[in-house]
Design a protein around this ligand. Structure first.
Ligand code: ADP
Length: 469
């Protein structure tokens, strides 16, 4: 099959969070299954193009935005068998970051328009055109006849919907039906994510539980009624992880690599290294808990703060690697960092650090994830692969991938039902108590390490959707 994806992220070179991992993982797995896969991506100035193969300019397009003609250069390259088309419009994607630029909506809408135009100029339509989240949902509106491949749209996170004034589409000279695109919460706005769902043949959400949760007022962020009306076209497909990239047996960032056959010496070497480099008291027996996350409300920052305090109180060690994107959270965690500066059991590292994240997955005994909602979540799966037991709130994809000893005969982690301090206390206490029983703990760890968390099964599910009528 000829499969074209359009996305705003692609790991590892254009990644903010799990969306980048998911797009790279799914497209890589489709290539492995013998399909021809192309991904359209913005050519952000932050992309380190030295890791791309065979990068070259292939085309120039001239398109209008308002009355201004904008020149866009198209580049092609490949990365691990996936063909990449990098879209480089003169004025956009040159502010040193992926999101949070002067006008993300304008930039991504223009990107969508370019991609639709580029496809329309080809002799043949691909079999599949697959868009991800609000940033690329509009591409489905721009697709031109006769190039009408089967279309899919994936909801990675419904909280972000790309709401904008109608003038944004008018500037791109796109005729649209206002009623179809209007936002249910504020009818003055258009909603690009709603557009992606409406104009796709099939929509997926990134886990079966999330596909259910988004139909409720708590999970639907204002789109619950619209989604319920469209629920027959929405399927939950769990993400996988890239098991080549996330492999403790070959990971070049680790101090000592290890596999499920004999994980303990390798894990201990990484734990000792982290304790030493982050200034924690050396201890093989204190449970080391880590969180690696974007510090946004979704991820439960207050519960992370409480978890750190509780962990210190009950004799554990905690390392937080968190990236802040708003000044308020930055202030909260800078203050927390200051409070624990001299505590030899707590380390708080603010920022995004890929290499440190690998070391922390390997060094940790437990991975703490108190997300208030979590569409799929990748870090709990990466943690399992690295022998770190996830402790998480039972929501969305966390509930679909983590099985608790209290409810499962084959547990691989711990869940708490209510996302409050009581839930956090009880999950940490239960986990610390099992940690002391080495044999049971190791069983839990091996179950996670040996599970098939790869994209293989999920890619097969996507292929089934691609092929269905
Ligand atoms: P989300 O997409 O909501 O951020 P996921 O769990 O799906 O959450 O994926 C997060 C990805 O981003 C993982 O690969 C994780 O390791 C990485 N990540 C998140 N925060 C950081 C950070 N501060 N430093 C390094 N990697 C991070």
């Amino acid at each position: 099959m000829e499969i074209v994806h359009i996305a705003s992220e692609f790991a590892p070179f254009a990644k903010v969070g799990g969306l980048g991992d998911a797009v790279a993982g799914l497209t890589g797995a489709l290539v492995e299954k013998g399909h021809s896969v192309e991904v359209f991506l913005p050519k952000y100035d932050i992309i380190d193009t030295s890791i791309l193969e065979n990068l070259r300019k292939v085309d120039t397009l001239l398109l209008f935005e308002q009355d201004e003609q904008i020149t866009t250069t198209l580049w092609q390259a490949s990365f691990r068998g996936v063909s990449l088309t990098l879209v480089d419009p003169d004025p956009y994607f040159k502010e040193g970051k992926i999101y949070g630029n002067s006008d993300d909506t304008k930039a991504f809408l223009f990107f969508c328009k370019v991609v639709a135009k580029a496809l329309s100029q080809r002799e043949k339509s691909p079999d599949i055109f697959h868009a991800h989240d609000w940033m690329t949902g509009a591409a489905l509106l721009f697709l031109e006849k006769p190039h009408e491949p089967k279309t899919l749209f994936t909801i990675h996170n419904l909280k972000y919907q790309g709401k904008c004034a109608p003038s944004y589409l008018e500037h791109l000279r796109l005729a649209y039906d206002e009623e179809v695109l209007s936002d249910p919460v504020n009818s003055e706005d258009l909603n690009l994510l709603k557009g992606g769902i409406t104009f796709s043949d099939q929509t997926t959400a990134v886990s079966p539980s999330y596909a259910e949760e988004i139909l409720s007022p708590d999970g639907g962020f204002g789109l619950e009624q619209f989604l319920t009306q469209n629920k027959t076209k929405i399927t939950g497909v769990l993400n996988g992880i890239d098991t080549t990239y996330w492999d403790p047996n070959t990971d070049p960032s680790l101090i000592s690599t290890y596999s499920a056959e004999a994980p303990l010496p390798g894990k201990l070497a990484n734990k000792r290294y982290i304790q030493k480099t982050l200034g924690l008291t050396p201890s093989d027996t204190s449970p080391l808990v880590v969180s690696i996350t974007r510090l946004v409300p979704q991820k439960g920052p207050d519960l992370i703060e409480y978890g750190i305090e509780k962990c210190a109180e009950i004799g554990g060690q905690f390392v937080l690697l968190g990236s802040c994107s708003d000044p308020e959270t930055e202030k909260q965690f800078t203050e927390l960092k200051r409070r624990f500066e001299r505590d030899p059991h707590i380390a708080i590292h603010l920022g995004y650090d890929e290499k440190l994240s690998h070391l922390l997955f390997a060094a940790s005994d437990m991975f703490f994830m108190p997300s208030l909602f979590e569409p799929c979540g990748l870090t709990q799966m990466i943690a399992m692969r690295y022998g770190s037991i996830p402790l998480a709130h039972a929501t969305g994809g966390l509930k679909d991938t983590i099985f608790d000893p209290e409810t499962s005969k084959e547990p691989n982690g711990f869940l708490f039902r209510v996302p409050d301090n009581k839930g956090v206390s009880s999950v940490l206490e239960r986990a610390f108590s099992l940690f002391a029983e080495k044999e049971s703990w190791n069983q839990l760890m091996l179950r996670g390490m040996e599970a098939d968390l790869s994209w293989n099964a999920s890619a097969s599910k996507y292929l089934k959707l691609y092929k269905s009528k």
